[in-house]
Design a binder for this molecule. Structure first.
Ligand code: AMP
Length: 588
């Protein structure tokens, strides 16, 4: 397959932000792709070469790419830097230079998908003292054989910033249309994706082996399962009514969710975002190796920092000391953790997800050798709201965030956010301000003490139906100088001159960002807004909703992907409960 078929499709996709059009362009591309190449094409449309859980990323530094562009074009690097400054995108620099560089056409050969993919693989995986030099050589080789349009997308891919803004679900829709001619079949593809977390695998399977094979994709040890998620309600009474009987009220620990895969002595630990993070938790890996009886199993739980003297749970921030590449040994010693298990998805080759929760918990209890570091999440079985309230108070006293209340009849539904799990959080109980998890999509330069960094941010909630990020507040409160420094360092390398394709905003920020970083915000109320785009026209014509008096809580939600942020529907729900006068957002 020639790479220009793919880059032409990318160009078409770039010209539209309508999900339906994107889906059709994609499905056409998938139909044009030889079946055995589909896996590669799917990864490339996402700007990747492997599924996320492999943890192998492209992300060559801008400086190195400029150097490669300079070697290839013979143009002085300073001149290219100026072009980059003016155009704001290295892909466009390559495209413009290539349009001018006549020499390239002399020796070039058409680029094939295989050649591009293999070269990108080499760029991502090469190690050693000469790796930088080799990477530059690979990039120059690609440029030598590219058309201007191809070079634009290749350079964006190499820097890890392709940003076509195609959501996983758009790809699933396109696959359903391309290979079954019926978009409704996307539900089967989605189930398969939730189970295997690999869009390439789903694409290849549907193309080569059809829908029946998709239905047969099963959980596998070593491959992360997309986690089941919780809805929220604001009183124990409501929750018990919703559950309709005895339920399992469990401590909601304020830590990090881990999915532990055990295969003989090999342990793989995955985060909620399905990154492989075994190296951060060698102590949890050791505990699970010894403490999970089954030879192979998948167990889920929450890892939490603990105070070794009192045994009390510590706040999530303490775990951030474990998010490092180097010095893990010291961090393990200085920041001890315990792992509290709450579910088991697989044991001894058997997929347990279809069993009711009560049965899975039984299997989990029989499977764990509880010790100082490995525990079962404390829980109470009850249908009495008063008992739940009492359990909630004791959980809060121990340092929990609240409770998660679970339907004991429910299967484990990978990737689903349903009322089979419901969270009851501290805020509802104590009248604290409600918190939301919002995505930074723009920023404003600081003044006074904040000169030289961003002083305020534009935040968005996620519209899951249309795959858009819609603005809900501008915020400059609650940030320490250190927070602003950290955010500036993280964000400045991602700055865009215009809003990302998935962003809907009526405000104009100084700089824009792709939706990536999620932060926790406390606010006092949700109100109608003439400017913000979240829930626009849902409550009132020409009005959206906004958070009032938003304040940063200090919590960077590295464990959440942008698609895990607070949704438009949740903001609407909060506005409605405001009106009912029993708002989770109301202050005491
Ligand atoms: P939230 O992040 O607010 O949507 O809450 C859901 C998260 O709570 C899960 O992804 C887990 O990381 C965490 N959690 C803490 N304790 C439990 C528990 N007992 N059962 C399920 N999830 C829990």
């Amino acid at each position: 397959m020639l790479f220009n078929v793919i880059s032409d499709a990318f160009m078409e996709m770039e010209a539209t932000s309508k999900r339906q059009e994107l889906t059709l362009i994609l499905s056409k591309l998938f139909n044009q792709t030889p079946k055995n190449d589909l896996r590669k094409v799917v990864y490339l449309t996402q700007g990747k070469i492997y599924p996320d859980y492999r943890g192998i990323e492209l992300g060559v530094a801008d400086k190195s790419v400029l150097k490669a562009l300079s070697i290839w074009s013979g143009v002085d690097i300073r001149q290219l830097e100026t072009m980059y400054h003016d155009l704001g995108d290295l892909g466009n620099v390559a495209e413009q230079r290539l349009s001018k560089n006549s020499q390239t056409t002399l020796f070039s050969q058409p680029l094939t998908l295989d050649h591009v993919y293999e070269t990108l693989e080499s760029i991502a995986t090469i190690k050693g003292s000469r790796s930088l030099e080799m990477k530059l050589r690979f990039i120059v080789n690609l440029l030598n054989n590219s058309s201007p349009c191809e070079s634009k997308y290749l350079i964006r891919t190499v820097t890890g910033r392709l940003r076509l803004g195609i959501a996983d679900y758009t790809i699933l829709d396109a696959l359903a249309i391309a290979f079954t001619k019926d978009k409704k079949n996307r539900i089967y593809l989605e189930r398969a994706y939730n189970v295997c977390s690999d869009l390439g695998e789903v694409a290849q399977t549907i193309a080569t082996r059809g829908l029946q094979a998709i239905k047969e994709i099963r959980i596998q040890v070593g491959r992360p399962v997309r986690p089941m998620l919780a809805e929220r309600l604001d009183s124990a009474k409501e929750i018990v009514v919703k559950m309709g009987g005895v339920c399992s009220a469990e401590h909601k620990l304020d830590g990090e969710r881990l999915q532990v895969h055990k295969n003989d002595n090999k342990i793989d630990i995955f985060s909620r975002r399905m990154e492989e993070i075994t190296a951060q938790y060698p102590d949890v890996a050791d505990s699970c190796r010894a403490g999970i009886r089954s030879k192979n199993a998948i167990v889920e739980g929450e890892v939490v920092a603990i105070n070794p003297e009192t045994g009390r749970y510590l706040a999530f921030q303490e775990l951030m000391h474990r998010r490092r590449k180097y010095g893990i040994k010291d961090a393990v010693k200085n920041y001890p953790v315990s792992f509290y298990c709450f579910d088991i998805l697989h044991s001894l080759g058997e997929d347990l997800t279809a069993y009711p929760y009560a049965k899975r918990r039984e299997i989990l209890e029989a499977n764990l050798i509880v010790d100082g570091k490995l525990h079962l999440v404390p829980r109470e079985l009850t249908d009495n709201p008063r008992k739940i309230d009492r359990f909630m108070r004791s959980a809060l006293a121990k340092g929990c965030e609240g409770l998660v209340i679970k339907d004991i009849e429910s299967p484990y539904r990978a990737g689903a956010r349903e009322f089979s799990w419901i969270k009851l959080k501290r805020e509802y109980r104590t009248g604290f301000k409600e918190t939301t998890d919002l995505v930074i999509i723009g920023a404003f330069y600081g003044k006074g003490r904040r000169v030289g960094k961003y002083g305020a941010f534009l935040l968005a909630a996620f519209d899951a139906v249309n795959d858009k990020f819609k603005t809900v507040c501008k915020i400059g409160t609650g940030f320490t100088d250190e927070d602003l420094d950290t955010l500036f360092a993280k964000l400045k390398v991602q700055a865009l001159p215009n809003p990302d394709r998935r962003v809907e905003s009526n405000m104009s920020a100084d700089v824009w960002f792709p939706p990536r970083i999620v932060i926790e915000i406390a606010a006092s109320e949700v109100t109608l807004s003439p400017i913000h785009t979240v829930a626009r026209n849902s409550i009132r014509q020409n009005a959206g909703l906004a958070l009032r008096f938003p304040k940063y809580t200090g919590r960077l939600r590295v464990d959440k992907s942008p698609e895990d942020s607070t949704t438009e529907d949740e903001i609407i729900e909060m506005y409605r409960s405001n009106l009912k006068g029993r708002s989770p957002l109301k202050q005491p």
